[in-house]
Design a protein around this ligand. Structure first.
Ligand code: MG
Length: 353
């Protein structure tokens, strides 16, 4: 069965092109799964998404049903969970017949009603039990992909819908990895996916900007945790560090325990010129007039100096106030630049080196 092409729907204007493209790609991927016969269900949920683009519940349902199909696929050879999988399939079938009945009545204004919510809730409950079982049995059933999918689902409510979808797509298509964050970015430039982000992008260095590692211990720069929590509301946040992914994730776990920053570019994305490292912002795939980088080394952004704010190097001074000062300056930028296309002229003079 060919997948339903969302682009042809009358309601396409409700969705931005990136979301449409991602949904179509996701449907293509799901068709190829061994459980691809179940695509009918997902297709109809996708159809509902096109009708209710702004409805957060519908997005949640779409992710719930997609992830159920992916779990079934990933656990194909795990006999112990046959019963859970059968239950999920049963509810997916009920969901399918329910949605088909409604859409066949040409009710283009179909809204998620109580029956759909109950069915999807049942799917989610079984899915949760299943994931817990797989996690508990991970020494016997060693499946990184399921563990990562679980984390993507846990972070779903704090993640833009399209970004969660992209992470799931990458998870299915990429080789096994024990790290969740590469799933939110592309493996080749431009590294940041388009997911309908309408904020300016704030690129943050890690070491000596937000943290400092001393004697195997991560020290937190005063204000770093608050800085991330405040800035996430105003900017698309990206970590761009010359550190290894393991070092970056460990440091960020301390200053960003709720994983607000999913877009993380590490050592392999750093360029070298004349034997010195630099961070090339053009690799991000964002309009450079809307990108700000904060780094304790100005040479890291020497090829795009207008985008940079150089913050004083921090190695442990507990009286340091620079992040508090920067936060209030950047909040002003975010608030004053709503209708401005070019953020560069608004950047505070913050050269503290
Ligand atoms: Mg640094």
């Amino acid at each position: 069965m060919s997948s339903r092409n969302i682009k042809n729907k009358q309601q396409k204007d409700f969705l931005n092109p990136e979301v449409v493209s991602t949904l179509n790609q996701m449907n293509e991927i799901l068709t190829k799964l061994t459980s691809g016969a179940s695509l009918k269900y997902i297709e109809h949920v996708a159809y509902l998404v096109t009708l209710n683009a702004v409805n957060k519940d519908i997005e949640y349902y779409y992710l719930a049903v997609s992830s159920s199909l992916i779990i079934i696929e990933l656990s194909e050879h795990i006999k112990e969970i046959e019963e859970h999988k059968n239950s999920i399939q049963k509810y997916l079938k009920l969901l399918h017949s329910f949605i088909t009945k409604n859409t066949m009545n040409c009710n283009k204004n179909i809204k998620p009603n109580h029956s759909i919510i109950v069915l999807i809730q049942n799917i989610l409950n079984i899915q949760k039990t299943l994931v817990n079982y797989l996690k508990a049995e991970s020494s016997k059933i060693y499946n990184y992909k399921i563990q990562i999918l679980t984390k993507i689902l846990q972070m779903m409510s704090e993640t833009p819908f399209t970004l969660s979808l992209i992470a799931m797509q990458n998870l299915i298509e990429k080789k096994l990895t024990s790290n969740i964050f590469p799933n939110y970015t592309s493996s080749s430039a431009p590294y940041l996916p388009n997911y309908g982000n309408d904020k300016y992008t704030l690129v943050l260095d890690l070491d000596e900007t937000l943290v400092h590692k001393h004697n195997e211990q991560f020290l937190i720069r005063p204000g770093a945790i608050e800085f991330i929590q405040t800035m996430k509301d105003h900017f698309e946040l990206v970590i761009f560090t010359a550190a290894t992914p393991m070092h970056a994730d460990y440091g960020l776990k301390i200053i960003d325990p709720e994983n607000h920053i999913k877009l993380r570019l590490c050592r392999d994305k750093i360029n070298v010129h004349d034997q010195d490292l630099y961070k090339d912002l053009s690799l991000l795939g964002r309009d450079l007039n809307k990108v700000i980088i904060v780094d304790n080394l100005a040479e890291n952004f020497r090829f795009q100096p207008k985008n940079g704010i150089c913050i004083q190097t921090w190695i442990g001074d507990q009286m340091d106030k620079k992040l508090f000062e920067l936060a209030s300056e950047l909040e002003k930028v975010a608030k004053s630049s709503k209708s401005v296309q070019d953020v560069i002229p608004l950047l505070p003079k913050f050269n503290n080196n």
